[in-house]
Design a protein around this ligand. Sequence first.
Ligand code: COA
Length: 339
Amino acid sequence: MTANRHIVPVAMTGTGMAVPPRVVTNDDLSKIMDTSDEWIRQRTGIEERRHVDEGVTPSDLALEASQKALAAAGLKPTDIDFILVATLSPEQFFPGTCSFLQAKLGLDTTPGLDIRAQCSGFVYGLEVGQALIASGQYKRILLVGVEIQSVALDMTDRGRDTAVLFGDAAGAVILEPAKNPEFGIRRVITRLEGKHTDKLGVVYPSAVGGRWIKEEHLKTAGHNPYMDGRFVFKNAVSRMPEVINEVLKDQNLGVADIDLWLFHQANLRINEYISLGMKIPPEKIYNNIHKYGNTSAATIPTLLDECVRAGRVKPGDKIMMTAFGAGFTWGAALVVWGA
Ligand code: COA
């Protein structure tokens, strides 16, 4: 591998995750909208997802995931000197979810910010976190990906094309300077193509053209996600391999050198299509879409946490993480496991 472009190697020293206990199966959805277990399973690989109960907020899920990650790293909240929260489903329009999480962690003036890069938010967070540590200004960063998407979905026939896809979850990692320079984040590449904002998103509330959120917007489902599924699919299956290949090339690695592949979990068919094309052995890919659906910015940290806790990663393993989402945003990160 070539030397890391960044001066300070940054390791993940703890991981954690949280999902709400309420399981919503495909059959449950087929009772409230015109869909079926067969349609959802065949097209997406999703079998069930988790939805929060009323009153649970993103910072609640983020807190649980953060506490587990802190415990895994042997740290307490006051050891953290910066917080990054990646989310597309914020606690409020403003202030950012980070403020709510920071208070729940019992912190006084620890700084932090939200990252709005949708399903690629965690990969963007790795890039930002690494840069903040490499700058020498911060030593311990809590990076969280969290989503409560169930509350934004249109649970009627009208919203079935997106309502069946998304779920709620949080995943967290602690970033610290690596003690062993061979370990840690080797390379992150992020990309954005802003001209496709009309293909996937949620419009309201919005500060554009004098509209914010009005009664008529609620009637037209402007506060629910819109998506051109086929267009998104086509872009996802070309953009993720493209950026993976950029990272591999940058690090003088080939597909066979990677020990574990963590793909964004938007649709199992997307991941199968890519892995077939890139000749990635299925046993090196870990998916959890069947259990949780698409959990957007929470996806990669939950995949990672499940792999870490199942003993699927050992020091020195090369992990490739990749994501694609609204914006369009996408990216890939190569991490050598260990601290
Ligand atoms: N249940 C049953 N039928 C449904 C349905 C549902 N939940 N949602 C849509 N349909 C219907 C459509 O109305 C359409 O019916 P028609 O042929 O009578 O018009 C038919 O199923 C096919 O719809 P289409 O949208 O063309 O399906 P598709 O094969 O493209 O699959 C997705 C839909 C969403 C699974 C797929 O496009 C996809 O995964 N896209 C990428 C999604 C993604 O990555 N999103 C997030 C990025 S972070």
